[in-house]
Write a protein that binds this ligand. Structure first.
Ligand SMILES: Nc1ncnc2c1ncn2[C@@H]1O[C@H](COP(=O)(O)OP(=O)(O)OP(=O)(O)O)[C@@H](O)[C@H]1O
Ligand SMILES: [Mg+2]
Length: 274
C-alpha cells in the first residue's frame, strides 16, 4: 500500500468507554477508488468513519487523511483539512428547521466567504447534480426517503470534497432508488475524481460500485482488505460467507448455488469450492 492512500489507519484502537469498539485496526483507502466497508451491525463501521472525520479521538494509533494526522493539529487546521471531506451520515442528519437549499448552503457558509449569490448558485448546481433542482425550497421533512438521501449527498458534496464518506446511503430505500443512488455515487466519483468510501450491507450495491472491500468483524477486528475480485475469490471464509449470504447452518444442498453466487457467477457450480 502506501503512497496513493488517501486514508491511512495504523494500529487504531478506539471506543466510547469500557471495551474498545475498534481494535488495533490497520488499513488503507486508495485514492480515486470506491472502497466499501462491510461487516455485521455493531462491529464499528460508523465508529471508524467517526475517527476518519475527526469526531472520535483514537485511544491509540493514528488516522491520517491526505497525509494529515487530524488529531495532531489544532481545531482550525482540522476544520480546514476536513473541508476537503464530505460525509453522508447514516441518519441523513439534515437540519429539519431550514430548507433543503439552506442545508446544502450550510458548509459553504461555514467554510467559505463566498458572497450569497455565489452560494445560491453553487447550491443550485449541487441540487441539480442529485436531481433535486426543484426541491430547494422544501423542508427535509417534506422529502421522500430517497430524496432526503440525495439532498444529504448534495450537502456532502457542497465543498467539492476529495473524499466522500457515505454511511449506509441506501438503507431504507427501495431497490430501484438504491440502484439510482449507486449510479449517482459512481457518476460523482468519475466526474470529480473523488475517492468514495461507502458503508453498506447491500451485496448488489457492492457489486456495482466497489473497487475495494474492507471487512470488519465483531470486536472491531479487520477481517479483510483487498479488491472486490479478491473478496469474491473467497480465500477468507468470513468474506466468502458474506458474499454468499451463507448462514452457518445452510443446508448442504444449497451450498453449490451459494458458492456459485459467491464466485460472482463465473465458475460452474459443480466446480465451486464447498
Ligand atoms: N455514541 C456512542 N456512545 C457509546 N457507544 C456507542 C456510540 N456509538 C456507537 N456505540 C457502540 O459502538 C459499537 C459500534 O457501533 P457502530 O455504530 O460503529 O457500529 P456499526 O458497525 O456502524 O453498526 P450498524 O451496521 O448497525 O450501523 C456498538 O456496540 C455501539 O453500541
Ligand atoms: Mg453504522
Amino acid at each position: 500500500m502506501g503512497t496513493d492512500a488517501i486514508i491511512e489507519v495504523r494500529d487504531l484502537t478506539a471506543g466510547y468507554g469500557g471495551e474498545p469498539v475498534l481494535r488495533d485496526l490497520t488499513l488503507d483507502v486508495a485514492r480515486g477508488r470506491v472502497t466499501t466497508i462491510v461487516g455485521g451491525s455493531g462491529c464499528g463501521k460508523s465508529t471508524l468513519l467517526k475517527c476518519v472525520v475527526g469526531l472520535l479521538r483514537p485511544w491509540s494509533g493514528t488516522v491520517r487523511v491526505a497525509g494529515l494526522d487530524l488529531f495532531a493539529m489544532d481545531e482550525d487546521e482540522r476544520d480546514r483539512a476536513l473541508s476537503r471531506v464530505g460525509l453522508l451520515f447514516q441518519q441523513g442528519a439534515m437540519l429539519n428547521s431550514v430548507s433543503v437549499a439552506d442545508n446544502v448552503a450550510l458548509p459553504l457558509r461555514e467554510h467559505t466567504s463566498l458572497p450569497p449569490a455565489v452560494v445560491r448558485e453553487v447550491v443550485r448546481l449541487k441540487l441539480e447534480l442529485v436531481g433535486l433542482a426543484h426541491a430547494g425550497d422544501l423542508l427535509p421533512s417534506e422529502l421522500s426517503g430517497g430524496m432526503r438521501k440525495r439532498a444529504a449527498l448534495a450537502r456532502a458534496m457542497a465543498l467539492d470534497p476529495d473524499l466522500l464518506l457515505c454511511d449506509e446511503p441506501s438503507a431504507g430505500l427501495d431497490p430501484q432508488t438504491a440502484a439510482d443512488l449507486d449510479r449517482l455515487i459512481l457518476r460523482l466519483k468519475d466526474t470529480f475524481r473523488m475517492t468514495v468510501v461507502v458503508v453498506t450491507h447491500e451485496i448488489a450495491s457492492i457489486e456495482t460500485i466497489a473497487d475495494d472491500v474492507v471487512m470488519l468483524a465483531p470486536g472491531g477486528r479487520l477481517v479483510f482488505q483487498g479488491t472486490l475480485a479478491e473478496a469474491r475469490a473467497g480465500a477468507i471464509p468470513e468474506v466468502a460467507d458474506f458474499f454468499a449470504r451463507r448462514t452457518p447452518d445452510a443446508p448442504a444442498s444449497t451450498r453449490p448455488l451459494l458458492d456459485f453466487l459467491a464466485a460472482g457467477g463465473r465458475d460452474h457450480p459443480t466446480e465451486a469450492r464447498t
